[in-house]
Every structure is written in C-alpha cells, then in structure tokens.
Design a protein around this ligand. Sequence first.
Ligand code: PMP
Length: 366
Amino acid sequence: MTETRRPTPRPEILAIAPYVGGASTIPGLSRIIKLSSNEGAFGAPPAAQKAIADGAEKMARYPDGSVQGLREAIGAHFGLDPARIVCGNGSDEVLSMLIQAYGGPGTEILMSQYGFSIYEIFGTLAGSTVRKAPETDMTADIDALLAAVTEKTTLVFLANPNNPTGTLVPMEALQRLRDGLPPHVLLVIDAAYAEYVERPDYDGGLSLVEAGENTVMSRTFSKIWGLGGARLGWCYGPAAIIDVLNRLRPPFNINATAAAAGIAALSEPGWEKMSRDHNTVARARVAAALTQAGIRVWPSEGNFVLADFGTADQARAADAALKAEGIIARMLVSYGLAHCLRITIGTDEECQMVIDSLVAFMARAN
Ligand code: PMP
C-alpha cells in the first residue's frame, strides 16, 4: 500500500508568500542603481568595511552569544543601558522574537494600514490575528489604532517613520497612543529610520520606553549605518521584556564579523551627521523635482520618498521607465499601494538620474 501521509506545516504558513525584499537585478543589465531597499546612500562606513575585511580570523570560533561589546558600543553611542539591549539578526529578528514572546494563537496584533509588512507576516506565522487600523493621509491614525484595540490585543506595532510611506507620527501623538493602551499591551516602536529624522523633539521613542513597562524601541544597522548585508538590529526596552527576549534569542544569533562591523560603524567619526545632512537635502531636492513634474510626493522623514502616480498603470509605466535606465525602485502592490513607487534617496548622482528619468517620463505621459 502506498503511504499518502506527508509532512504538513501549520496552514497559516502556507497562507504566507515568501518574503522578497527590494529587487537587486534587472535582466539584461549589468550596471544597476538599486533604490529599492532603503539602504544608506554611502554604503558601509570605512571603519566597518575594515572590520569586515579583518573578520576572517574571527569566524573559526563561536562568537560571544550575548554580544556584550556590541551592546556596550550601542549603549555608549546612544546613551543607553547595555543591559537593556537585545541584538538580532537584523531588526526583523528582534520583531520576530517579540511576536514569539507576546503573540501566538488567541492573541491579536495591531498595526496600521500601510505599516511595515513584516509585522503581518510574523504575526500570521505565529498564529496571531493581525488587525489593521485605517490611516489618514498615509499616516498612522492614533484614534483608529486605539479604537481597534480589543481585549485580545497583546502587541501594537508602529514604524515611525513608517516604511513604505515615510510619514512620521509626532511625539505627542505617540505619547497619546501609549497612554491610551491597556497596560498589558506592548507597544513596539520600530525606529529603523530614526537617524534620518530632523525634528528636534524626536527621540525615536526612547522617552516612552523610559517612562513605563510596556514600550520597546527597535533599531537597525541596515539603513544609515550601511550594514544591511551584515544583518544587525537591536531592541531597547524595560528590563523585564529584555529578560524575556534573551530567553528566546537563538544561540549565537549575531555572527562575529557582523558584531565587529557594528562596533566599528558606530566609531566612524561624523558618519551619522554626514549621512543625515545629505539625506535631508537630497530628499528635499527629489521631492521638489518630482512634485514639479506633477507627481504627488508624500512627506517623508526617512531616506526614501513615496511617489504617488495616481493609478497603478502609471506607477507601472514609471517603474518600467526607471528600469529601462537601470534604476530599481520598489513597487508596492502587496501593500495595496499599486499606484505608488517607493524610491530610496541615493547619492546626488543617483538622485539626479531618478529626477531626469521621471521628469522625462512625466513629459512623455502628458
Ligand atoms: N523595520 C522597518 C520599518 C524597515 O523598513 C525594515 C527594513 N526594510 C526593517 C524593520 C528590518 O530591517 P533589518 O532587519 O534589516 O534590520
């Protein structure tokens, strides 16, 4: 008799499509400008590149599982207690750990309509029900989020600035969200783009973490620090939550070279300010030029802009026009934003190429 039974995953796993990040190739083109994943415009800081090149000798032994040196470097740079930091293989892993710990069957995870996609993916995989609150003007709506909280809600995720919209919730609204949540609900402020924000009162959510027991902040080395390929992120939170995350953190989740690269990146003099200053000026230049060309550009506090072409057909045609010149932007069909493209702010030269390409596209389209 033939055995017909097969290994069978939980059904929610088959409901999820494999995660694909921004594309990095265009068939037939060897020279491409990748503006699809919001990596920093300048690559890795030289000190981090040296640490990576020197990394070979570190790879024979298991790394320090607690990455103490890296946590101390993060603590010193950002003025935080290293004991209240947990590092992850990308901030994605930190977000996954939070969901493993506080989500699961019978729980609800709340996010906003155009919030970062990984919350829904990890939440669904964990067996949580994922609810989305409507947004206003491509921005998380605090009242809508609070209205969507139920007694099953255990986690609320808010990327601030948000990817893919770029919009920012002001600190007083963030405070209102936190104050309105029942005390058992954990608020996760995903501040992957924090270093790019120029607003004087913005602190990434740190003041909220410090003021209570139910808020954590996640951060990454993938953006301004230029280490997307190293996979390095971290979470700062109350001691009790950090203790929980340390219990479920996979063994040796940060490889030795990535940890060394992270420490070195933070030591690079002036890197953060140089990158932020460039981004602020270049982002304004791209936004102004695209607006002038008739494209709606949503206000962004990140290192990317959301360009709104009005219809999915126009966005697809704009994407094709960019691709024809080797420029890869991010299509957002899976976000329900098929009429938009997300474009990372690259170097001045890359920004100029985007501008030239889209200005010409709009002239042809009109
Ligand atoms: N949060 C947000 C808002 C992001 O945009 C990203 C990267 N696209 C991440 C988290 C994950 O970043 P990483 O895993 O590279 O740290």
